[in-house]
Design a protein around this ligand. Structure first.
Ligand SMILES: [Zn+2]
Length: 281
């Protein structure tokens, strides 16, 4: 029995996993703790509470987190987490639970999960992309997760789509993430709207933009049109670099099948011959 932990900006999820199936789960708030040590204490307490009564030993802990470095086991100054310093969470959880702990980038963890148990099962050249507040990605190449020399490789979201374009959360300009994430699509909608008055009433989430597109709102339709042009460029660049056999895309934005995923799959197929399988999670 393995403990899996997903560290999110507002909520962190725990799951006890056996043979690839979650047999017990819980969640705690990521914010509201005095410091990272108090947060780790809460995680450990919740994990022990979950394990009670299952009659099995917890063998190890696997943690996915933003800005996590698998080579060091450290969360490195994640802008979306409460702690503005390096957090050696793998060692902190190992100390508290008395079992080995591994920490990895959350998108890499998602890629490993899809590869072993999900939509990329058995496919040794795989790209997994998460479309959410940001754009995360994990590359499996020749049957191995790509980490790179410093442990931070495979960041498709921070490849440049438009030189000198929009500001990105990483400090550079024109990254793919600045265009095809939730934040990026809202910015696209605002750009597509004619007149300042309408821009002020722009939706604050992609779900509402999708509703407006289905109602015939021109700016919302234009927002999806541009996104379905941009995302396949990023995917095709990734295909040129590592030659995945399949791309798995998930996240809230990917729920828009007819507006986004079907046109993107079609455009990507034209750019490169690959099967794109959208997984809606
Ligand atoms: Zn960036």
């Amino acid at each position: 029995m393995i403990l899996g932990i997903d560290i999110g900006g507002t909520t962190s999820k725990l799951g006890l996993v056996r043979d690839g199936s979650v047999i017990a789960r819980a969640r705690i708030s990521t914010t509201g703790h005095a410091d990272d040590h108090a947060f780790a204490d809460s995680l450990a307490e919740e994990a022990k509470r979950l394990a009670v009564g299952l009659g099995q030993d917890m063998l190890s802990v696997a943690i996915g987190a933003p800005n996590a470095n698998q080579l060091t086991g450290i969360i490195e100054m994640a802008p979306n987490l409460p702690w503005k310093h390096d957090v050696p969470l793998a060692r902190m959880m190992s100390d508290r639970l008395g079992v080995p702990a591994t920490l990895g980038n959350d998108a890499n963890a998602a890629a490993l999960g899809e590869w072993r148990y999900g939509a990329g099962q058995g496919i040794d050249d795989l790209l997994v992309v998460t479309l959410g507040t940001g754009v995360g990605s994990g590359f499996i190449v020749n049957g191995r997760l790509v980490l790179g020399s410093a442990g931070n490789a495979g960041e498709l979201g921070h490849t440049i789509l438009i030189p000198g374009g929009r500001d990105c959360s990483c400090g550079r300009k024109g990254c793919l993430e600045a265009y095809v994430s939730i934040r990026g699509m809202i910015a696209t909608y605002r750009e597509a709207v004619c007149g300042e008055q309408q821009a002020a009433s722009a939706p604050s989430d992609v779900k509402r933009i999708a509703e407006r597109a289905r109602d015939g709102d021109a700016a919302a339709i234009e927002c999806f049109t541009r996104t379905t042009q941009w995302l396949p460029i990023g995917l095709a660049n990734a295909v040129c670099a590592t030659g995945p056999k399949r791309i798995v895309i998930f996240g809230g934005i990917a729920r828009n099948g007819e507006l986004l995923m079907i046109p993107c799959a079609s455009a990507s197929m034209q750019r490169c011959s690959i099967s794109i399988k959208a997984v809606l999670i």
